[in-house]
Design a protein around this ligand. Structure first.
Ligand SMILES: [Zn+2]
Length: 442
C-alpha cells in the first residue's frame, strides 16, 4: 500500500516572512512575464501602461502595474467572438475544463482552466482542507448540483486527493440529502453557510435532531462569506454540533484563503500560491498596517487564464498576530469584512447588509433567514428588516429588542417585520438577501 501523502507542507507554510516575500516576488515576476507573452489582454494592458515585465524588480515596483477589474475581464470576453476572449493564453485543445462566475455583478466571466490549472486548484483546496483537519476516512457530502461553479468541483477533487470519500449529492431534494447523509453516515459537509442553516431546518421538519441523529463533525463553507461572521458561525456550529471552517476563493483567482484548525478568528492567505495586497480603493496604495483595505490578488501559478492584480472588492485587515498553528502565512483579521460594492448609503450613512446578519443571528428565537429592503418613502430612505419568528416567541418583545439592536449596530432606524417560519425565500448558493428598491440617481 502506498504511504498516505500529507498536504501540510512545512517548508512553504512556515517560511520566514522575508523568504516568503522573496518567493512571492520571484513567482510574481514569472506570472507577469508569462501573462505578457501569452495573454493578448495583458500584453495590451501592460503596453498601454508602458510596463515591460523585466522592469518589475521589487515589491514596490509591483504597485506600478495597473490593477485589473471585473468589468475589464467582462469586456475582454463580450467584445470577442471567441469564448474566452483575449484573456486566454492557451490554444483550445489545451483547455481541460469550463467554469463561470455566478454573474451576481453583470455578465458572468467564463473561466478556462488547463489540466495543470486543475491540478493546481485541487492542490490549493487540499492544502486548505488539510489545514482544517480533514483526513481519511472523513466522508464528505456535497449537497449541491455544482454545475458551472468551480469551488465545489475543486473541493470535490481535493477530497479525493487527500483521501476523504466524497458523496456528490446534487440532483436531490434537501430531504433526500438528509436521508443520504444518514444512510451513508457522512461525517462532514461542504456547502454555503446559508445552506448549512437551511439543511438543519429541513432535518428538524423531518423530526430529526441534526446533532444527535446526523453526527456531522466538520463543515467547510464555500460559495459565499458568512462562516466567519461570529453570530452565523456560532449558529451553524450549534445547529449541527460540528466545527465550522471558512474558506475564501474566487473563480477568477482561485481558492486563496482558509481558516485553519486553530480557529484564531482569521483567514490565512495561502501566500506561497497567491500574492494578496490590501489597497486604499482611491489611491491604490497599500493601506497602513492597522487599516482596512480592498483586496487585490494575483494567483502565482495559473496558466490558461491568469489575472494580475485582480480587484476582488472585498475589504479586509491584516492581523498583527501570527496564528498559533505555526503557519507563517498571514491572517486576515476576522476574515472578509464585506464587499465594497455591497456598501450602500442609506440616509447618508454607509450601511453594510452583513451587519444586519450579525445582529439577527444572535437571537435564538429567530429563524435563519432574513431579508433587508431599502426603499424610498416620502423622499426618505426606509430600511425594512424581515425575519422569521420561531413559534412560541414573544413577538412584541422581539420586535422592540431587534429594532434596538439593529439601531445600535447600523446607526439607522430599521423597521422590523416578523414573519411566520418558512415564509422568506431559501437559497442554496449566493443568497440574495439585500434588495434596494430606490432609484439609483445619486
Ligand atoms: Zn493557523
Amino acid at each position: 500500500m502506498a504511504s498516505a501523502r500529507t498536504y501540510w507542507n512545512p517548508f512553504l507554510e512556515t517560511l520566514p516572512p522575508e523568504k516568503l516575500a522573496a518567493l512571492q516576488l520571484k513567482k510574481f515576476q514569472r506570472a507577469l512575464a508569462y501573462a505578457y507573452t501569452h495573454s493578448p489582454f495583458y500584453r495590451q494592458k501592460l503596453g498601454r501602461a508602458g510596463i515591460q515585465p523585466e522592469e518589475i524588480r521589487s515589491y514596490e515596483d509591483i504597485l506600478k502595474i495597473p490593477t485589473t477589474t471585473k468589468s475589464e475581464l467582462q469586456a475582454a470576453q463580450t467584445e470577442s467572438d471567441s469564448i474566452y476572449g483575449s484573456l486566454c493564453c492557451l490554444p483550445s485543445e489545451e483547455i481541460a475544463v469550463y467554469h463561470q462566475t455566478s454573474g451576481t455583478t453583470g455578465h458572468p466571466i467564463r473561466q478556462a482552466d488547463s489540466r495543470r490549472d486543475w491540478e493546481w486548484w485541487a492542490e490549493c483546496w487540499a492544502t486548505l482542507l488539510w489545514a482544517q483537519g480533514f483526513r481519511p476516512p472523513d466522508r464528505m457530502i456535497i449537497p449541491f448540483s455544482y454545475g458551472v461553479f468551480v469551488a465545489f468541483w475543486a473541493g470535490h477533487y481535493a477530497c479525493e486527493k487527500i483521501g476523504c470519500e466524497v458523496i456528490p449529492a446534487g440532483g436531490l431534494s434537501s430531504e433526500a440529502r438528509i436521508d443520504k447523509m444518514r444512510e451513508l453516515k457522512a461525517s462532514a459537509i461542504m456547502c454555503t453557510p446559508t445552506y448549512a442553516l437551511h439543511l438543519a431546518e429541513v432535518a428538524k421538519t423531518m423530526s430529526l435532531d441534526p446533532v444527535n441523529d446526523l453526527h456531522i463533525e466538520k463543515i467547510v463553507c464555500a460559495g459565499e462569506p458568512g462562516a466567519l461572521i461570529p453570530a452565523t458561525k456560532v449558529r451553524i456550529e450549534s445547529e449541527w454540533g460540528a466545527s465550522v471552517f471558512d474558506h475564501a476563493g474566487a473563480t477568477e483567482a482561485g481558492a486563496w484563503g482558509f481558516e485553519c484548525i486553530a480557529q484564531s478568528g482569521g483567514l490565512h492567505v495561502n501566500e506561497a500560491f497567491f500574492l494578496v495586497e490590501l489597497l486604499d480603493p482611491e489611491t491604490k496604495q497599500p493601506v497602513l498596517p492597522d487599516e482596512e483595505g480592498e483586496l487585490v490578488i494575483t494567483p502565482l501559478d495559473r496558466e490558461a487564464q491568469p489575472v494580475i492584480r485582480f480587484e476582488l472588492r472585498d475589504r479586509a485587515l491584516w492581523s498583527k498576530e501570527l496564528c498559533s498553528c505555526g503557519r507563517s502565512y498571514r491572517l486576515l483579521d476576522g476574515g472578509l469584512r464585506g464587499r465594497s460594492d455591497q456598501l450602500v448609503k442609506v440616509r447618508g450613512v454607509l450601511f453594510s447588509p452583513t451587519t444586519v446578519e450579525s445582529v439577527v443571528r444572535q437571537f435564538d428565537n429567530l429563524g435563519n433567514e432574513y431579508q433587508v429592503i431599502v426603499e424610498r418613502e416620502h423622499e426618505l430612505d426606509k430600511v425594512t428588516v424581515q425575519v422569521e419568528l420561531l413559534s412560541g416567541g414573544d413577538s412584541d418583545r422581539m420586535h422592540t429588542e431587534l429594532e434596538q439592536q439593529l439601531r445600535i449596530a447600523t446607526g439607522l432606524r430599521c423597521h422590523v417585520e416578523l414573519k411566520p417560519l418558512g415564509t422568506l425565500p431559501r437559497y442554496e448558493v449566493k443568497a440574495k438577501r439585500f434588495i434596494d428598491r430606490r432609484e439609483h440617481d445619486e
